[in-house]
Design a protein around this ligand. Sequence first.
Ligand SMILES: Cc1cc2nc3c(=O)[nH]c(=O)nc-3n(C[C@H](O)[C@H](O)[C@H](O)COP(=O)(O)OP(=O)(O)OC[C@H]3O[C@@H](n4cnc5c(N)ncnc54)[C@H](O)[C@@H]3O)c2cc1C
Length: 383
Amino acid sequence: MLYDNYQSPWLAEEELRILQDAAERFFEQEFVPHAERWREQGKVDRDAWRKAGEAGLLCAAIPGEYGGGGGDYRHETVIMEAQLRAALGSWGNQVHSTIVAPFIYHYGSEAQRQAWLPKMASGEAVGAIAMTEPNTGSDLQSVRTTALRDGDEYVLNGAKTYITNGQHADLVIVVAKTDPTLGAKGISLIVVEANTPGFGRGRNLKKLGMPAADTSELFFSDCRVPVSNRLGQEGRGFVQLMEQLPQERLNIAQAAVVIMERAVELTLDFVRDREAFGQKILDFQNTKFKLAECKTHALVARTFVDQCVLKLVEGELDSTTASMAKYWCTEKQCEVVDECVQLHGGAGYMDEYEISRMFTDGRVHKIYGGTNEIMKELISRSL
Ligand SMILES: Cc1cc2nc3c(=O)[nH]c(=O)nc-3n(C[C@H](O)[C@H](O)[C@H](O)COP(=O)(O)OP(=O)(O)OC[C@H]3O[C@@H](n4cnc5c(N)ncnc54)[C@H](O)[C@@H]3O)c2cc1C
């Protein structure tokens, strides 16, 4: 453990520690042996989803009556932290379990919950959410994909890009304009099942990092889905997205904290072992000062996100605070990991060293879930 006398307050319950142990064991036994191959093939094996479902690691915060784990956000986050500590980078479960499943649970009808959540919890169906388009990312209300009503159906046309789980996805929540004459108020969330005619997947995009998490273009060409596939009321999509974003942003902030902690641990191991000029790298004052700074940043970030987790579980995490957590923790993560790469010397640049992968895999944290510039824009509205 990096800290001598700090324990996350939300992790106090024994049930969560049991889940933590089980998740760590699962990832070590079932995922780590395949991780290298998955990175090379650009996605995890399909079977990985089913195995994670069998082990109870999908949809942990969804009630048991829909096949989920019956927990809350703390359970989700215990699993995410275990995954990152196993040096796996991302494999799309944050999108599947922490974003897509909650949208269906919170806004879906009873029939929609029954139809989709049990399959997602077992790993039979993989979920994705498609907001970003080739011409629109941060400015979400300007999406051009349309879902126009024709009798009892919506007809979808448009293109999405950078969609996590795009290759594996069986269910995609599509952010589309049901009324293109309106801005944000014309947006609705429509679930498209991947076997629907008119739905197409593009390339599995090559990325700077996280190679095992597939990221794709998606296309909709006169793709007809029943009106009953809409989540909640027509025109409420933008509000629904805003309501769920604090959880997504906190999740990214927490991932950033785990990365900082692990980067410091890995670097300590390295500099304790390696020598230059007849002494351990750790014995140079620069090394000790840099790692002292990094450990301090990690603990300050950890205590902040821990408070946010407690607030989220109580239903009290506001958008400004979640944006602060996402912005600050991810900026610090990039600074800390950069220092840790430097302390590894040339090894820090080699793919076989975990620190180099943390540098590339983690860079996206400043970009997705709303860029850090957008986070500052949102925070500034509270001034
Ligand atoms: C690995 C990966 C996975 C992703 N997964 C998904 C997914 O599953 N689903 C999905 O829908 N999307 C996904 N995305 C997309 C991601 O959410 C967007 O890339 C992100 O929101 C930024 O949008 P953009 O790329 O269009 O950048 P742009 O919006 O074009 O921004 C370009 C630059 O301009 C800045 N900028 C924009 N507006 C402002 C402003 N008002 N003030 C100041 N600066 C501004 C931005 O901060 C950025 O620096 C993923 C992206 C990546 C890289």
